[in-house]
Design a protein around this ligand. Structure first.
Ligand code: ZN
Length: 430
């Protein structure tokens, strides 16, 4: 079964590996079945040609047609050949890992690839294997890149880690009968964590999904416990959110938002309502562009000002070309109805599930911004697991309105992490 998991991971990883040096494998790797078939057809054609001059032309035509048909497949075939060869050959694997390592910055997809390679070279217990998958998960969660999230989750599960796997992560390539065949199947992602606990055999330790990590805002999996599975949440020294209070440091940083209207895409991820951004919306911090990835809501606001929370907050999550994260927080104050939120609430899924894109509905995230851009700023973290640090926060001083009924209609009663220790961090203001 492990082998199937590897194939799945590698296949997913390859989706993002196109630009990586797979082309250099071409010369060295053996031909795939499809290419072999092509060769066979070619030989058959030659033979036929020798036998009958009259058939030559027809065979040639057939070959040309076949080649044209094969052309787009060839690249994929080469990649698969490379993967298969890599799996069969330890030395190749080491080379491959070195090639991954040589890349300065790995995309989430390549992190998955690296994790898969390390799993093959060093085994599932190797900390580097887990680190690579975790990193991929962390990176991909920000942008809600489902394929990569799936690959990383399946990778972690295959390595024996406790992870929750998204319901729709079961890859189409995985044979259901193979999955059924093994009782302690580690990658059985269609079983949502928690739901099937009672049906599991007691003492069956090899089934991570039975103890899958589900974090929440209260109870056993509440914020106080996040650190058990996500160490940064507990050990980090620059965690968000903060209770914002003076004294403040004056900053000359200039922040502007340039958000564009585009088709509305949103989802209920079980923790919040998240709107995924279309490309082209940017936050500029001292002229440096940060691309808007998504925005989402917390009720009440996670940030407090002088100890007081607001009704809600919108977090706009951005990433620069260098991979730096910046969150713009807009506090929502109870008052008049907010027309932007009205649009979002009309189309938001009330139950957890994949992204939906209501037909013919477009949205401009700028509709949720106040006119004034005076802010508080500090160095913080993601406010949800894995609580990754190195996130610059800008909390706008101006609030926007939200009607009491709109707050009540938000499907999460409470999804705010408590304020964190400042640990000497300074809060600046413009
Ligand atoms: Zn948030």
């Amino acid at each position: 079964m492990k082998r199937i998991i590897f194939e799945v991971i590698l296949a997913l990883a390859l989706a993002g590996a196109g630009a990586f040096g797979w082309t250099s494998w071409k010369q060295n790797q053996s031909a795939t079945g499809q290419i072999t078939a092509l060769k066979a057809a070619s030989e058959a054609a030659s033979k036929a040609a020798a036998d009958k001059a009259a058939t030559v032309k027809a065979a040639e035509e057939e070959m040309t047609a076949l080649r044209a048909e094969m052309a787009p497949l060839e690249g994929q075939a080469q990649q698969l050949a490379a993967v298969k060869a890599a799996m069969a050959n330890g030395t190749t694997l080491t080379d491959l890992e070195a090639a991954y390592k040589a890349q300065k910055k790995l995309s989430a997809e390549r992190q998955v690839g690296l994790g898969a390679v390390r799993m093959l070279t060093k085994g599932a217990d190797d900390p580097a294997t887990l680190a690579a998958f975790r990193k991929a998960l962390e990176m991909s969660e920000l942008g809600d890149r489902k394929n990569t999230i799936c690959a990383a989750q399946i990778g972690l599960a295959a390595a024996g880690e406790k992870v929750s796997i998204l319901a729709d992560c079961l890859p189409k390539g995985a044979k259901p009968e193979a999955a059924k065949g093994e009782k302690s199947e580690k990658a059985a992602p269609e079983e949502k964590a928690g739901e099937k606990d009672e049906h599991g055999k007691p003492g069956d330790k090899k089934s991570p999904e039975k103890h899958a990590v589900h974090w929440s805002y209260d109870g056993d999996m509440g914020p106080e416990r996040w650190g058990k599975e996500f160490p940064t949440c507990a050990k980090g020294k620059s965690q968000s959110p903060l209770d914002i209070r003076g004294p403040f440091v004056k900053t000359r940083t200039v922040v502007t938002a340039d958000y564009k209207e585009g088709p509305l895409k949103l989802l209920n991820n079980g923790h919040t309502i998240q709107v995924n951004a279309n490309p082209g919306s940017k936050l500029r911090i001292d002229g440096v562009a940060y691309e808007l990835l998504q925005f989402h809501f917390h009720r009440p606001s996670e940030e407090k000002i002088d100890g007081k929370p607001m009704a809600m907050v919108v977090h706009f999550v951005h990433k620069s070309a260098e991979g730096k994260l910046a969150v713009l927080g807009v506090l929502l104050k109870e008052g008049n109805e907010n027309p932007g939120i009205k649009t979002l609430w009309t189309h938001m899924p009330l139950d957890e599930g994949p992204e939906v894109a209501p037909e013919g509905v477009s949205f401009n995230p700028g509709n949720l911004l106040p006119r004034e851009f005076d802010f508080y700023s500090y160095e913080g973290s993601l406010t949800t697991p894995p609580c990754t640090e190195g996130v610059r926060f800008f909390i706008l001083k101006s609030t926007v309105n939200v009607a009491k009924e709109q707050v009540a209609a938000f499907p999460f009663r409470r999804n705010a992490r408590p304020v964190q220790e400042p640990n000497g961090r300074e809060i600046s203001t413009n």
